[in-house]
Write a protein that binds this ligand. Structure first.
Ligand code: SF4
Length: 217
């Protein structure tokens, strides 16, 4: 005899599973948009992603950092970097903080291409901007919290986010709409203004960063 479910919703996956499916779908749409742009520019998807990762990196980045962000080996990232150097889109020079190491920057041509890519992917930004401001804030906090959990698994590459920045001071003004503080600009920092990729970011020590990710909201 068949066992009937007690409610019509018994087969519904958990909320956690549906969150991950939703994020995965959004990510697929963004990736498809990037691939479409990359193909039209004669780039492969990894090359396009490298260009986006170099955006606003005024101090340059190391190859090892790029590889970690892409979750690929340094050898594999190196091939893509070499192709981009040959195309004149990125340049390699001595790292600012270590004369024996090299770092990578976008060239002017690379910056122009990245601007066009950002515009081509603007449909996703438009969709997020169309949400009610409260919903945007809740979504941002929820995503930060999800990232904090993922970081415990050490599967999430380092971010230039406020919560891992040495200038971030958590809960300096508790119970206020702007509870945190940025010691660089010397201003209160509302949760809705927390940055996920700040050009002025300086890494905090590991213990402080972990504590910030746990208590920020
Ligand atoms: S705004 Fe930038 S500099 Fe200030 S705390 Fe956030 S990441 Fe650090």
């Amino acid at each position: 005899m068949d066992i009937k479910p007690e409610t019509p919703w018994d087969g519904t996956p958990d909320i956690s599973a549906r969150i991950i499916v939703a994020i995965s779908r959004v990510s697929s749409v963004l990736r498809a948009g990037m691939w479409e742009f990359a193909t039209a520019e004669n780039l492969n998807p990894t090359q396009a992603e490298i260009l986006m990762l170099l955006k606003d990196r005024v101090h340059g980045v190391r190859l090892s950092w790029l590889a970690a962000q892409l979750s690929v080996s340094s050898a594999s990232a190196s091939d893509s970097v070499a192709a981009l150097v040959n195309k004149g889109l990125i340049r390699k020079a001595r790292a600012e903080d270590d004369g024996r190491a090299s770092a990578l920057w976008l060239t002017d041509q690379g910056k122009t291409l990245v601007e066009r890519m950002t515009t081509a992917l603007g449909f996703a930004d438009d969709a997020a901007a169309a949400l009610d401001l409260d919903v945007q804030g809740q979504l941002l906090v929820g995503l930060f919290k999800l990232i904090a959990e993922l970081q415990k698994t050490e599967r999430f590459p380092a971010l230039r986010a406020c919560l891992s920045c040495r200038y971030f001071e958590a809960n300096v003004f508790p119970d206020s709409p702007a509870p945190h503080h940025c010691a660089l600009v010397k201003a209160p920092l509302p949760i809705s203004f927390l940055r996920i990729d700040c050009a002025e970011h300086e890494p905090a020590d590991a213990v402080t960063a972990r504590r910030n990710w746990e208590i920020f909201a």
